[in-house]
Write a protein that binds this ligand. Structure first.
Ligand SMILES: [Zn+2]
Length: 222
């Protein structure tokens, strides 16, 4: 029956998403995430000062197992992986000072990324980290994909790319804000988010990400 086969094909798609058969970190069979890879996602918070403007706290180095698991979440749509990644993110958000009444603001996905993935990465990770995402930022214009751009090109690409949503911003005025994104690379996006919020008179205290690209030196990033 055509209808039934269509239904079972859809069901197979759904089950393939719900029950991935390979570990997201090492391809071991029949596990979503094996014990060893789960251990590789244990948070080891590190911090980096971005352009003397904002401290960014990251739970993991973006390499090896953490990088693979984040890519499986973002590019393969394995949204169940947001839970273990969210646990790591929680440590970074707490290190960033969000223990009290801080407002956790996810960096919004570009419209193109949202269309491609069908879900927004940062708000999902914030929820899985146990915080309520407050959508203060929205895309202001179309941007190019940051992948493949160098540091200067990334900064130019994101300049003026975000705007503050006025109504939710009024509700959190004077409260400390922690900005959250999935991966810290050059910091261009987090800096743009911080500048956009601060120019609207809001109080940004820090940023937090699940992972950060490893750096060759421990010098401050400028
Ligand atoms: Zn594994």
């Amino acid at each position: 029956m055509p209808l039934l086969s269509t239904v079972s094909a859809s069901l197979a798609d759904v089950l393939a998403l719900l029950l991935p058969v390979e570990c997201a970190g090492c391809d071991a069979e029949d596990q979503v995430l094996c014990g060893e890879c789960r251990g590789a996602l244990a948070p080891r918070p590190m911090s980096r000062l971005l352009d003397d403007e904002i401290w960014a706290y990251s739970a993991l180095a973006f390499e090896g197992v953490p990088a693979r698991v984040i890519r499986r979440l973002k590019e393969d749509g394995r949204t169940g992986l947001a839970r273990p990644l969210g646990r790591a993110l929680r440590a970074a958000v707490l290190a960033a000072g969000a223990a009290g009444d801080a407002v956790v603001v996810p960096v919004p996905s570009s419209r193109a990324a949202l269309r491609r993935r069908g879900f927004a990465v940062a708000p999902l990770l914030v929820r899985r980290a146990g915080f309520r995402p407050v959508a203060l930022l929205a895309p202001a214009r179309v941007t190019a994909d940051q992948r493949g751009l160098d540091r200067d090109a990334r900064a130019r690409n994101v300049a003026g790319s975000l705007r503050v949503r006025p109504r939710p911003a009024e509700l959190v005025r004077d409260r400390p804000i922690v900005i959250v994104d999935d991966v810290l690379t050059t910091g261009a996006t987090l800096l743009e988010a911080a500048r956009t919020l601060r120019s609207a008179g809001l109080v940004v205290v820090a940023a937090a990400t699940v992972a950060a690209t490893p750096r060759r030196s421990s010098a401050t990033h400028r």
